[in-house]
Write a protein that binds this ligand. Structure first.
Ligand code: PFF
Length: 453
């Protein structure tokens, strides 16, 4: 059990705030042209992400086991179809796939701690910062080393059980991360690119919106909140019954969104002030941030601390990626936690080599279209598996669980509150996912044309 409401907030925020906010949000915003993407992402968080996160915490707290066994238990208790248990299994698979590339990018953050501490970026030009990153990408062995180190750290931490250490770590990481993002933001404001950065993120241009942006905004909303795969359900299992799910979930979602927006507002001014390309891809964070710290007093020190914090935020998220699987394996087979953690981590590590090679030796090896192993795993998990997982989680919470459970778990006693919840979890959230999937399949252009008459 988490020792208080705050401990759950911290743990869930530790899961939510990670590479998704600081590394992925800025770079996919850049790739998808800015404002329109950001707006859709925000709408998805509010109407789809938050209700599904509430559903996950609620199911977890009702079942009080690992996601797979929680689903099994609730299905049995309420005489529901056995197929619902797929929610649990799909979550294990998604966690496995996501961790495989998450650990590689976490390894990049590790590498950049040393890169900055060494003073290599002092007064660097945009060209030098880009060159350093590209050169790093071209060295698979080095990347493999950092990938391995990241995985070893995660396995070491989860072997000891989740709660210990996590609470204290996050208590420090979050505020410090905020402070350093604020420093970067301050730098951005004075760099001369702030107006452009702001406009890029918040000017909504309907014509610039593409199918891909729509689809990715939805997927990213799931990824950044850690919902759709049981991670939050697994943490929900340890939430004391007295905690208000609604307040807690809204707090976490707001925190997560603020971190992402601040990261974007810190990074895009650097992009524009230095003539960089907003859509340059996964390297965005690793080019812009060193560049900024290179121009600040004590930049080597603060830059290194920044990447330490990013690494820690990545570790707390990675821990939650393993929790559904580890909790299940320990529970079901009475296995030793450390043994399960090592085996699971080794599997993710092995698959992660595919991501390492996607940036160099196998860059021309495409699974479908122009997708490398990395982009394929990233696409399938975030844009397809998490939204589908979330869709079924919402439907299960809204329709398969009896009203008494809703009443107890969410404290929804009045008919109005209950209706509102049913509209959000039973209607807007599933509909949001379906509409985005449908529009992507039909093609946004035809939908726009249809609306235009
Ligand atoms: N939410 C994490 C991030 O934004 O970096 C990533 C993540 C963690 C996704 C846990 C899914 C998950 F279950």
């Amino acid at each position: 059990m988490w020792s208080s409401r705050w401990m759950f907030v911290l743990a869930a925020a530790g899961s939510a705030v990670g590479l998704g906010n600081i590394w992925r949000f800025p770079y996919i915003t850049g790739e998808n042209g800015g404002g329109a993407f950001v707006l859709i992402y925000l709408v998805c968080i509010a109407l789809v992400g938050i209700p599904i996160m509430m559903a996950e915490v609620m199911i977890g707290r009702e079942g009080r086991q690992s996601p797979v066994n929680t689903m099994r238990g609730l299905i049995q208790q309420h005489h529901q179809h056995r197929g619902w248990v797929l929610i649990g299994w799909a979550g294990l698979l998604a966690g496995f796939l996501i961790l495989s590339f998450y650990a590689v990018i976490g390894g990049w953050a590790f590498k950049y701690i040393l890169g900055l501490a060494g003073g290599g970026f002092t007064d660097a030009t945009a060209g030098q910062a880009t060159g350093t990153f590209d050169a790093f990408l071209s060295r698979p062995w080095e990347m493999l080393f950092w990938h391995t180190l990241f995985m070893v750290v995660v396995v070491a931490v989860v072997s000891r059980g989740v709660v210990k250490g996590l609470e204290t770590a996050i208590r420090w990481i979050m505020p410090l991360l905020f402070v350093l993002l604020a420093v970067l933001l301050g730098y951005g404001v004075t760099s001369g690119g702030f107006g452009q950065g702001w406009a890029f993120m918040f000017r909504f241009d309907w014509d610039a919106l593409t199918d891909r942006a729509l689809f990715e905004a939805l997927g990213h909303a799931f990824f950044t909140l850690s919902v759709g795969m049981g991670a939050i359900m697994a943490y929900g299992a340890y939430v004391p019954s007295s905690v208000s799910i609604t307040n807690t979930v809204v707090t976490i979602a707001v925190l997560d969104t603020v971190v992402a927006l601040v990261a974007g507002l810190a990074i895009f001014p650097i992009v524009f002030a230095n003539g960089l390309e907003p859509g340059q891809g996964p390297g965005l964070l690793f080019v812009t941030v060193p560049l900024a710290f290179g121009q600040l007093p004590l930049g080597a020190l603060f830059g290194a601390v920044f990447f330490i914090l990013v690494s820690l935020a990545a570790i707390t998220s990675a821990i939650s990626l393993t929790e559904p699987a580890l909790a299940y394996l320990v529970e079901e087979y009475n296995a030793k936690r450390s043994r399960v953690a090592i085996t699971w981590g080794a599997g993710c590590w092995l698959l992660g080599i595919g991501t390492v090679l996607s940036f160099n030796e196998w860059a021309e090896f495409h699974i479908v279209g122009d997708m490398t192993i990395f982009s394929f795993v990233d696409y399938v998990t975030q844009n397809i598996m998490l939204p589908l997982g979330g869709l079924f989680i919402a439907l299960f919470a809204a329709f398969a669980l009896p009203k008494s459970v809703l009443g107890n778990q969410l404290g929804l006693t009045g008919p109005v509150a209950r209706k509102l919840w049913l509209v959000l979890a039973g209607l807007t959230a599933p509909l949001g996912v379906l509409v985005v999937f449908l529009v992507t399949i039909i093609g946004l252009e035809s939908v726009k044309a249809w609306f235009a008459g």
